[in-house]
Structure formats: structure tokens, C-alpha cells
Design a protein around this ligand. Structure first.
Ligand SMILES: [Cu+2]
Length: 333
């Protein structure tokens, strides 16, 4: 009777697991939301911009600033390292939770699949840039484009500053008149949200590029294709999205000042979730890469603690590996 008892054990395990995440929240692509859902999200972000900072970071005035300040403070650890995907996945959970618990939002974070816009040759016309049902469009045209640096990638041969448009303050949308307090870059001073669209990085965010990224194996190759590290070159998916929008988004420290940051990172997270679910048994808990930019010897493991500088508790990487694991409870649709 060994076989039936094994079955009982297995189903007990499955039951315990599913109790933690029975109804995963659905994260949709931005353009599939209806106008009410879009406005509900944008209104919740404006709400967060009007709530007072938790006081953890100097210079942060609003709850919105708290998120930018955390990203700014940790930037040198959480990019081009093994923490990158796990850290940003957790950061977005904290963001989503804050919007829900502090601003009464009922929705789930959505993602921006920029490859749809780039492949259609209509990046500028993406629904995410709509002034009413989106995040506003390009920055006002000005001679100085105010772009980058995003890890010095703007020095790559195919980076073409002449192709860049905009550069000034974003004119339309719900965030045009909000004064940012953290950034630009490592600074902390009052400024407006800027954008400077640049087609020269579109090659990093095409459908073909996503396809090629998903084909990488093991996790180490996947993360290098998606984000790269200090030893790689060329446009990767992560930088491609940041630099295509430009302005504040192209700054590795202060990019969460542009709310599109979360939609872009949710897209990257969905690509990771897709990569994992292509063979969950093998891939769900694969993690690798150095824990800091300047030291390749210390590798990120499942026990590595993701820092959140007062925004929320630090948690082990293990907690965020499965989007339906219980600590997290969402799927991409
Ligand atoms: Cu980041």
C-alpha cells in the first residue's frame, strides 16, 4: 500500500500550497484595461503623491518619493547583479500593496508590453502615452535632451542622440504638474518629470528580442540577456525600455519618478515569470549572479536578503521566486 499513501502525501502538499494563494490577482497589459481601471490606477498614484513620506529618507516629502528614494539608495546593488529581477519583483509588490492599503485602490499592477508598439512602428502612439487614459507623452521639445546616463550605455555605437525628441518637462497627463523631490540621478532637488523618446534603443524591446531572451538557459544566461552586467555590451531588454522613453526614465537612480517605470518593470517581471513557468520544476528556483556590482565572488542565493530600506521588511529571495507562492499571489494574463 505504499503507492496510495504517497498519493495522499502529495495531495496534502498540494493543498497546503494552494491555501496560500487561491485567487492570484491578474496583472493585465495596460491597453487591455478599461478606462475606469486605468483612471483608478492613475488616481491611486496621485493619492500616493499627496501622502506624507514615512521620513526614512532625507529629501523625500511624499509616499511616492519614498519609493524613488529607496530605489535611488540601493541602485548600485540592485542593477547588473543577481538581485535585479528578484528585487524589482519585490519592490513592485510593496508598491502595489501601498496603493491598495493607503489609497484604497482595488486593482492589480499592470504591465506595458512595449514590443506591441515598437513592432507596429508606433511607439509614440502607445496607449500608455495618452494624456487622459495614460501617463502623458513625450517631454516638451528642447535642445538639451537631458537623457541618461543609464550605466553609460549612451556611449554605445548605435545610440543616436540626433534621433532623440522631446527632452523637457512632460506636458500632458496626470503627472505633468507634480514636483519631483528625489533625483534627478543621485541628487535630491525639486524638478519636473522629463521624457526624451529615442528610437535607437528599440532593438532591445522588439517582440523578437523578447523571444530571444526567453530562449536563454539557464537563469544566468537569461538574466544576462535581459539585463546584462558590467561585462556585457549591446542593448538589452531592460535598458532598451528605459532609454526609449528617456529623460527621467533613462536615469538608473531616479527612474521610478516616471510611473511608467512600474509598467516597464512589470513587463520584465512577466517575461521572467514566463521563463520560469516554461518548466517550473527546473526553473522556478534558479537564481544566480553577483550580489554586488563590484564583486563577482559573492553570488545571490535563495537565502540572500533583499533590502527595502524602511519601505517594507527585508525578505529572502526565496519568498519572491514563485508569483503564486503565497508571499506573492499574482499571475500575468
Ligand atoms: Cu531599477
Amino acid at each position: 500500500m505504499r503507492f496510495p499513501s504517497l498519493l495522499v502525501t502529495l495531495s496534502a502538499v498540494t493543498l497546503a500550497y494552494s491555501q496560500h494563494c487561491t485567487q492570484p490577482r491578474q496583472r493585465q497589459e495596460w491597453r487591455t484595461l478599461n478606462d475606469d481601471q486605468k483612471h483608478a490606477y492613475l488616481d491611486a498614484v496621485v493619492c500616493l503623491q499627496n501622502l506624507t513620506s514615512n521620513g526614512y529618507h532625507d529629501g523625500a516629502k511624499s509616499r511616492f518619493d519614498d519609493f524613488v528614494a529607496t530605489h535611488q539608495a540601493l541602485s548600485d546593488e540592485i542593477h547588473k547583479t543577481g538581485q535585479f529581477l528578484a528585487w524589482h519583483r519585490y519592490f513592485m509588490k510593496v508598491w502595489e500593496d501601498a496603493l491598495r492599503s493607503e489609497c484604497g485602490w482595488q486593482g492589480s499592477l499592470s504591465y506595458w508590453n512595449w514590443s506591441i508598439d515598437v513592432d507596429a512602428g508606433e511607439f509614440d502612439k502607445s496607449p500608455v502615452f495618452d494624456p487622459d487614459t495614460g501617463f502623458g507623452g513625450n517631454g516638451a521639445d528642447q535642445a538639451h535632451k537631458n537623457a541618461g546616463p543609464f550605466n553609460n550605455l549612451t556611449s554605445l555605437p548605435d545610440w543616436d542622440p540626433q534621433a532623440q525628441t522631446g527632452g523637457g518637462c512632460v506636458k500632458g497627463g496626470p503627472f505633468a504638474h507634480y514636483t519631483l523631490n528625489i533625483g534627478p540621478g543621485t541628487l535630491k532637488r525639486e524638478h519636473c518629470l522629463t521624457r526624451a523618446f529615442n528610437p535607437s534603443t528599440f532593438s532591445g524591446i522588439t517582440g523578437q528580442h523578447v523571444h530571444d531572451t526567453l530562449a536563454q538557459y539557464p537563469f544566468e544566461s537569461f538574466r544576462l540577456k535581459l539585463e546584462g552586467d558590467r561585462h556585457t555590451s549591446g542593448w538589452d531588454t531592460h535598458d532598451g525600455g528605459h532609454l526609449a522613453v528617456g529623460g527621467e526614465m533613462s536615469n538608473v537612480y531616479s527612474s521610478p519618478n516616471d510611473v511608467l517605470f512600474y509598467a516597464h518593470h512589470a513587463m520584465l517581471d512577466s517575461v521572467w515569470a514566463q521563463w520560469q513557468s516554461a518548466n517550473s520544476t527546473d526553473r522556478m528556483y534558479q537564481i544566480s549572479g553577483p550580489s554586488s556590482v563590484n564583486d563577482d565572488t559573492k553570488q545571490v542565493t535563495l537565502d540572500f536578503m533583499l533590502p527595502m530600506t524602511g519601505l517594507s521588511d527585508d525578505v529572502p529571495v526565496r519568498n519572491v521566486m514563485d508569483t503564486k507562492g503565497g508571499f506573492l499571489c499574482y499571475i500575468y494574463v
